[in-house]
Ligand binder design. Structure first.
Ligand SMILES: Nc1ncnc2c1ncn2[C@@H]1O[C@H](COP(=O)(O)OP(=O)(O)OP(=O)(O)O)[C@@H](O)[C@H]1O
Ligand SMILES: [Mg+2]
Length: 249
């Protein structure tokens, strides 16, 4: 059984079909890239999987359990955590505090009164472990807003990891980074993915990054899946080349 499975998933905005009957299976331990031109539906796909947006049709199963239409906090609690295309950290708080808040957000009730220091320590331990996984231990006490752009993007990944997800969704982790910053961030991500064997869904425009990190690639064009397979297979697919060259318009 696939860990994450989508079947006929659609999302309309009025007349616009942002997702058109998307079918997809992600196996445990797989790094799956989702690529496609601007407006293809990549972020919408993340939004419907994580419950930020409800699909207008279709089924989504996580570990066999239907999750389509569940609110995002419930989806997160089940074990799907994401980063956002736009940076979403608290700049005045330290990297550690940001990761700690993320850890607490997954199980809000666990952190209510009477928990005391044990619970605080638990969140801190999850935060520290996640920062370590993303190579950020040395800068854990710095305000997040003062970190380099590359480290800020890695911190967002650490925040998602502090929630101990079974599936990690990364929306353009290298967006806004220079070529050099991208290289460093991707080196760290590659090491992290290798060591953790996380199941990952990755949206990424930079094809070098995609081919370096992904085991398998799904190509979206105007909301529909036009190709799905191993990187070499997808690269050679004439429909994919056409979509990027505007040939399907
Ligand atoms: N809330 C919304 N209301 C109306 N239309 C929307 C909404 N969200 C997305 N869309 C439309 O759905 C389509 C898919 O958008 P989406 O953001 O998923 O694309 P994307 O592949 O992530 O693009 P990018 O590469 O630019 O991030 C676009 O045409 C977009 O304008
Ligand atoms: Mg997007």
């Amino acid at each position: 059984m696939a860990l994450l499975e989508l079947d006929g998933v659609s999302r309309r905005y009025g007349a616009l079909v942002a997702l058109d009957q998307v079918a997809m299976k992600v196996e445990e331990g797989e790094v799956r890239a989702v690529i496609g031109p601007n407006g293809a539906g990549k972020t919408t796909l993340f939004n419907v999987i994580t419950g930020t947006v409800k699909p207008t049709a279709g089924a989504i199963r996580f570990a066999g359990q239907p999750i389509a239409g569940l609110p995002s906090h419930q989806v997160c609690r089940l074990g799907l955590s994401r980063t956002f295309q736009i940076t979403s950290l608290f700049p005045e708080m330290s990297a550690r505090q940001n990761a700690q808040l993320a850890a607490q957000a997954r199980h809000p009730r666990r952190w209510q009164p009477f928990g005391g220091t044990r619970i605080f320590k638990e969140a801190q331990a999850l935060a520290d472990a996640a920062l370590e996984q993303l190579g950020l231990s040395a800068i854990a006490d710095r305000p997040a807003g003062l970190l380099s752009h590359g480290d800020q993007r890695l911190l967002e990944v650490a925040m998602a990891m502090a929630q101990q997800p079974r599936v990690l969704l990364l929306d353009e982790p290298t967006q806004g980074l220079s070529v050099e910053e991208t290289g460093q961030a991707v080196d760290t991500l590659a090491r992290f993915l290798q060591a953790s064997r996380m199941t990952v869904l990755l949206v990424e425009h930079d094809m070098e990054v995609v081919f370096r990190l992904a085991h398998r690639i799904t190509v979206l064009h105007r909301g529909a899946v036009i190709a799905d397979g191993a990187p070499e297979q997808v690269k050679a697919d004439p429909r994919v080349q056409d979509a990027y060259l505007g040939g399907l318009d």
